[in-house]
Design a protein around this ligand. Structure first.
Ligand code: SAH
Ligand code: F3S
Length: 444
């Protein structure tokens, strides 16, 4: 009988895509997906190590899995992804029953690792960092969604932000040939996908050194010419690589969504320097100004860290005033978490945990009010929504507007995967609600 696997994914969109690739590899070799951990022969945790909290979550989950493993000795347990790459020794110490340890680029060899540990009864380990892009060229991807697909355009990161562990888990940036990206996008459209999300740690630093020698704006422009591809998103651009050319391509191609997620991290130039971000507060605001002046309305979202070493009350106030100045459409905010192999570990001025908590709460309150006010302005507007899923709240369905706003409304399930018009009748800080206007009225 075919073996059943279950993959549990922690962390970012890149990890979601890696999990789809792992699933593709396992299915290609005859395994089938389990819906419940109790019926799985293989449980794979695809992990994140960007903050300590994400790591603790995995250890907690491993504790639960241990109970299953006590009952079913032949259960194969894999820990893969960034945390496995970073702290394999500690995983083996805390969870000696783990059978597979593999880094983030190992989807193509997952079946091999499963078979090896079953055959030998020993831990199958593959933590070698890939220098080439072979691991990225995966043709077997078991995608979760039938109309939106993520496409990796680069892997790793060559920046060295003082707080960030990603360069040591995913390695230096390698860019994928534009031809392969374009081919994948065309194949996705042929299969019925209407939206693609381009992924890279600093997605806009994409530049091909050989072949077509495409820059990121050129790649975007080329992809926007694929017939049938209705929406293109990308995440996340780095402010230091943001160019006027990129903005111009975005504005001139309606397929490129009205959305930019551009992490700022802090509103204090002093802290940005300590973080080694490569831009100042003023430079970030200048880019925002340019985006705001564009003839098309573009939603802007961001990531923020509070309590970075040395962050004073005045630095934190600078971050709050940046929120006021930019009026982000949404923001992910985090307490600084010290990570292994990062430069910030050696910085003085640790901010106490309690103070980090206070700052985070204050920031989130301020941002919530901004979002509430921004969303209020959508009342009465009509948005084109790609229907995504059943809603988690009292509405039937949920979808996203081009600017990435979540829109909830009532309607039949047959609308899933379709573009419809929704008139906005209500709002909250994190989503809009509305009524579905006959899909026949949609201009495509
Ligand atoms: N370049 C990536 C960022 C990866 S990490 C991208 O945007 O695609 C995602 C976010 O986690 C970062 O933008 C940052 O805000 C946050 N983060 C990273 N390291 C952190 C740390 N040590 N403590 C707290 N937050 C962190
Ligand atoms: Fe991390 Fe900075 Fe790269 S946040 S992923 S080192 S751009």
């Amino acid at each position: 009988m075919s073996k059943k696997y279950l993959i549990e994914t922690f962390g970012c969109q890149m990890n979601d895509l890696d999990s789809e690739k792992i699933a593709g590899n396992l299915q290609r070799h005859g395994m089938v997906s389990a819906t419940d951990p109790s019926e799985a022969d293989i449980i794979i945790l695809n992990t994140c190590s960007v903050r300590e909290k994400a790591v603790q979550k995995v250890y907690a989950r491993l504790g639960e899995i241990k109970r299953q493993k006590n009952i079913r000795q032949d259960l194969v347990v894999g820990v893969v992804g960034c945390m496995a790459q970073l702290e394999s020794d500690s995983i083996l110490k805390k969870a000696p029953y783990v059978n597979i340890l593999a880094g983030p680029q190992k989807s193509q060899v997952m079946t091999e690792l499963v078979e090896r540990t079953i055959r030998t009864g020993e831990v199958a380990v593959d933590l070698r960092m890939e220098e080439d892009l072979e691991s990225v060229e995966t043709s077997y991807v078991m995608r979760q969604n039938r109309w939106r697909a993520s496409v990796m355009i680069s892997e790793g990161c060559s920046r060295r932000c003082a707080f960030c562990v990603v360069p040591s888990t995913r390695g230096r940036e390698r860019v994928r040939p534009s031809e392969a990206i374009i081919r994948e996008a065309e194949e996705l459209v042929a299969k019925g996908y209407v939206e693609i999300v381009l992924l890279g740690q600093t997605v806009n630093s994409y530049r091909e050194r050989t072949g077509n020698r495409m820059s990121f704006p050129q790649l975007l422009e080329r992809l926007s010419r694929i017939e049938g591809l209705k929406r293109i998103r990308f995440t996340s651009p780095h402010p230091a690589d943001f160019t006027d050319e990129l903005l111009e391509v975005m504005i001139s191609r309606p397929q490129i969504c009205n959305q930019i997620h551009m992490p700022v991290q802090s509103g204090s130039t002093r802290i940005l320097r300590a973080m080694r971000r490569g831009y100042t507060r003023e430079r970030y605001l200048e880019i925002i100004d340019r985006i705001r002046q564009a003839p098309r309305e573009v939603a802007i979202s961001t990531d923020i860290i509070v309590g970075f070493p040395g962050e004073t009350e005045a630095d934190f106030e600078d971050t709050l005033s940046l929120l006021d100045a930019v009026q982000f459409d949404s923001a992910f905010s985090f307490k600084y978490s010290p990570r292994p192999n990062t430069a910030a570990l050696n910085l003085p001025g640790e901010v106490p945990e309690e103070e980090k908590g206070r700052r985070l709460e204050k920031l989130q309150e301020r941002q919530k009010l901004i979002q509430y006010n921004k969303n209020a302005a959508y009342l009465g507007r009509r948005l084109e929504v790609l229907v995504d899923d059943r809603a988690r709240n009292r509405f039937d369905l949920t979808g996203r507007a081009s600017d990435n706003r979540i829109v909830n409304f009532d309607g039949p399930e047959s609308l899933m995967g379709k573009f419809i018009q929704v008139e906005i009748t209500g709002f909250g800080p994190n989503s809009l609600k509305g009524v579905w206007i006959n899909s026949a009225a949609v201009k495509q």
